[in-house]
Design a protein around this ligand. Structure first.
Ligand code: UD1
Length: 336
């Protein structure tokens, strides 16, 4: 598999994965509509890798345009990141989420089948497990969702599984990410949410920078080590490498696979904030606020399946993650 289509290649995880793919010798063709990203990212990617990533300003829902691109580049594998990703927004605008996230996947599947693409890798999330019945979460855990964003992830997983049953020649890997943080070591790529961040790490960074007055820690009365929420934070470069490992796995061993991409370690919100301040020598003013509706107390991965079958294991530490997030934040600035 040489030619890889990356949808949403200008985004946070997509751009880091594109770098890893180029560095592993793949040709990468990115498709992005830049609804939440910038085409300038591709200059950085080309500069960092010394390779040429081909890209198109095209919406994945536009099946005719997508078909032209996939046919022209003789694509072997598609890595599907494109989609809306804010939980709160998905509750407010469910139709927009279903319309965009589901339709783009249907469009991609159709184009892949038409052009004999061999594999699709989907950017799924630990959100598909719903409230954990046990920890760590393995891939056999029951599935549920409580908001349209999560429903999209669940529905898309099911669509791809069904497509594989009907068309076994199209291999599928569903990669369930835990909480991606960190940035490329050049600090020229990173997470740049537009407006007020929803996720913890960008909020910490913007508070440290002085753009936000204080971080609100949502709840300190959970049944966890210090009462704050516990998550499995994973460095985005580790996550990106997981996609390369999944592509290699499917080259050797076709089928339909599901893997958790996490570290296997839980870190509390307070631990993360304290480590951020210690490692970076910067203050992050915070207050304890009430719990955020829809949050779970704790969530971390059992990453054994990915280790065994993909030969992949997360390498970066929490210290690496807070350092890289902060350095990239300072270098890239804030997106308003
Ligand atoms: C969230 C989504 C999840 C999605 C993931 C993508 C929800 C309920 N879940 O996960 O579906 O796949 O992002 O990255 O939104 N926190 C604070 N203060 C803040 C922000 C967050 O205390 O300003 C806490 C949260 O309460 C939580 C932890 O930090 O305990 C992580 O929150 P966040 O970064 O939003 O990720 P998740 O909620 O785990």
């Amino acid at each position: 598999m040489k030619n890889i289509l990356v949808t949403g290649g200008a985004g946070y995880i997509g751009s880091h994965t594109t770098v890893e793919l180029l560095e592993s010798g793949y040709n990468v063709i990115c498709v992005d509509n830049f609804s939440n990203s910038s085409e300038k990212v591709f200059d950085v990617i080309n500069d960092l890798t010394g390779k040429q990533c081909t890209w198109y300003n095209v919406d994945v829902c536009n099946i005719e345009e997508l078909n032209k691109i996939v046919a022209a580049h003789d694509v072997n594998c598609a890595v599907h990141f494109a989609g809306y990703k804010a939980v709160g927004e998905s509750v407010e605008f469910p139709l927009m989420y279903y319309q965009n996230n589901i339709n783009s996947t249907l469009s991609l599947c159709e184009v892949c089948l038409k052009n004999n693409v061999r594999s699709i890798i989907f950017s799924s999330s630990a959100t598909v497990y719903g409230p954990p019945q046990y920890l760590p979460l393995d891939e056999k855990h029951s599935l549920s969702a409580t908001n349209p964003y999560g429903n999209c992830k669940l529905f898309i997983e099911q669509i791809l599984k069904d497509v594989n049953v009907a068309h076994p020649a199209l291999n599928i890997a569903l990669l369930r990410y835990f909480n991606p943080v960190g940035a490329h070591g050049s600090y020229r790529l990173g997470e740049r949410p537009k407006g007020i961040p929803n996720n913890l790490m960008p909020y910490i960074c913007q508070t440290a920078l002085g753009v936000r007055q204080e971080l609100r820690i949502f709840g300190n009365d959970y049944d966890t080590i210090d009462g704050t929420g516990v998550r499995d934070f994973i460095h985005v470069v580790d996550l990106a490498k997981g996609h390369v490992a999944a592509i290699k796995k499917m080259e050797a061993d076709p089928g339909c696979f599901v893997y958790n991409l996490g570290t296997g370690n839980g870190t509390s919100v307070l631990e993360l904030v304290n480590t951020f301040m210690e490692v970076n020598g910067v203050d992050v003013p915070y207050v304890i606020a009430s719990r955020r509706v829809g949050d779970i107390a704790a969530c971390w991965a059992n990453p054994e399946a990915a280790k065994e079958h993909l030969g992949w294991e997360a390498q970066y530490t929490i210290e690496d993650m807070v350092r890289d997030s902060w350095e990239a934040q300072k270098a890239l600035g804030v997106c308003t």
